[in-house]
Design a protein around this ligand. Structure first.
Ligand SMILES: Cc1cc2nc3c(=O)[nH]c(=O)nc-3n(C[C@H](O)[C@H](O)[C@H](O)COP(=O)(O)OP(=O)(O)OC[C@H]3O[C@@H](n4cnc5c(N)ncnc54)[C@H](O)[C@@H]3O)c2cc1C
Length: 274
């Protein structure tokens, strides 16, 4: 509902009552419907479900794609005056197959569009030569963003605090993987050079692919699970339609899958309502 911030819901015999704040007037307003489909993004949907059940104790799993950022240099592209001639300027997507494990995805980006000021403190050069040196170097800088499937890292734990904020605790698996070594070796064939020691690992959550807090199951038996059509367990009229119900995340970005699944859930409900 544009302009309304949903806080929680109550299911009753007639349907579902939704509690909101009107962001134009700051007034609290309620809406009634026969059914409710929550699709506020994994974090906000989960917050809303926990708030509706006034549950400040349960810790739910939260999955995300672990990421590694591999900086790369192509020295043959240093000093190229025209960025349009930079053959690696576009985006390339790589899939690394693995034996008996889900594949890994890597996207290659040109970093030519970052602010020059971001590099200034990293180079041991005088202020006099820095601007022209950076302009020459930047055409040969690249980064490969590696997305792992969620099972490469323990899930984070999420709970609702009494003040309405979410507490999320994460652990990160450290260490260079053999896939990263393999990727660095493969990219050498494109004149892209790096070293495993240069790899950066953003904290869990930085992939922005949140999922798995209230997973769908064929036979849901836990309180925070959905059935295969998104119906929240122990409810009759409340459905989830975002990635909160994805039981797992592959390495490939999940948004198209999420959209297709949301349409499937809406279709199923439409049929059920007749
Ligand atoms: C910078 C960035 C880059 C990304 N790139 C990619 C990519 O390349 N490929 C890919 O697949 N995915 C990408 N993603 C992830 C993608 O954006 C998400 O997977 C997708 O948007 C999730 O869709 P959703 O409908 O579940 O949630 P959202 O898109 O977050 O939509 C939720 C909606 O609910 C509203 N809302 C939230 N809380 C409330 C509330 N309390 N009351 C009322 N309304 C509320 C929000 O305003 C929003 O309109 C990216 C994300 C970011 C941030």
């Amino acid at each position: 509902m544009p302009g309304f911030l949903v806080s929680h819901f109550i299911e009753n015999e007639k349907g579902v009552e939704v509690f909101t704040k009107n962001l134009s007037t700051n007034n609290y307003e309620t809406f009634n419907g026969r059914n409710l489909i929550l699709a506020m993004g994994t974090l906000n949907t989960t917050r809303c479900v926990l708030a509706s059940l006034k549950d400040y104790e349960t810790e739910l799993p939260l999955v995300d794609n672990p990421i590694a950022m591999i900086p790369l240099i192509n020295p043959f592209l240093f000093g190229m005056a025209n960025r349009d001639k930079n053959i690696m300027g576009g985006l390339m997507n790589l899939i690394l197959e693995r034996n008996e494990q889900l594949p890994i995805q890597a996207s290659l980006y040109n970093v030519g569009n970052i602010l020059l000021s971001d590099l200034i403190m990293s180079l041991p050069l005088s202020a006099e030569v820095l601007p022209s040196a950076i302009r020459k170097i930047i055409t040969g800088l690249f980064v490969a963003q590696v997305f792992y499937p969620q099972d490469c890292q323990p899930p984070s734990r999420l709970k609702l605090r009494r003040d309405g904020s979410l507490e999320i605790n994460s652990q990160q698996k450290p260490g260079i993987t053999q896939e990263e070594r393999k990727l660095i070796k493969l990219l050498r064939e494109l004149n892209l050079f790096s070293h495993p020691m240069l790899i950066q690992r953003p904290n869990p959550g930085n992939a922005i692919h949140y999922a798995g807090t209230i997973p769908m199951r064929q036979q849901p038996d836990k309180k925070y699970e959905c059935d295969a059509n998104g119906l929240l367990n122990h409810f009759k009229k409340v459905y989830l339609a975002d990635a909160s119900l994805f039981p797992e995340l592959p390495a490939k970005n999940h948004t198209f899958t999420l959209m297709a699944n949301a349409m499937r859930i809406a279709e199923q409900l439409k049929k059920k309502m007749g």
